[in-house]
Design a protein. Structure first.
Length: 108
């Protein structure tokens, strides 16, 4: 069951990054951007991601649990490519694979 929470946490964390990016692209990176609906939505996704991460954290040693959250960054890179048309270089793809392998190694 904790894997479901982890997956949901990772997906919501990535969504939070993408939604926040859309907000700062539209509103700019200033104090008034805090009131932009996308920024508020992104922060809400981060909050839900945090809440869903707690069962995973409770069920695992911290040295294995916390690095799993790094999969969020790999998902953000892939989602940026899929949904925002961002470029993924060979080096970035290698980094995504390395993150996945690193998380797997730390979980063992």
């Amino acid at each position: 069951m904790p894997y479901i929470y982890l997956a949901a946490s990772i997906i919501l964390g990535a969504a939070g990054h993408l939604i926040t990016k859309a907000g700062v692209t539209q509103a700019g990176a200033n104090i008034s951007a805090l009131f932009h609906p996308f920024i508020i939505g992104g922060v809400f996704c981060y909050f839900l991601s945090f809440l869903l991460f707690l069962p995973w954290l409770a069920a695992r040693p911290v040295g294995a649990a916390v690095p799993a959250a790094g999969l969020t960054y790999a998902l953000v890179a892939v989602a940026g490519w899929l949904f925002r048309g961002e470029t993924l270089t060979a080096m970035q793809i290698t980094g995504i694979v390395a993150v996945g392998i690193g998380v797997w190694m730390l979980a063992k």
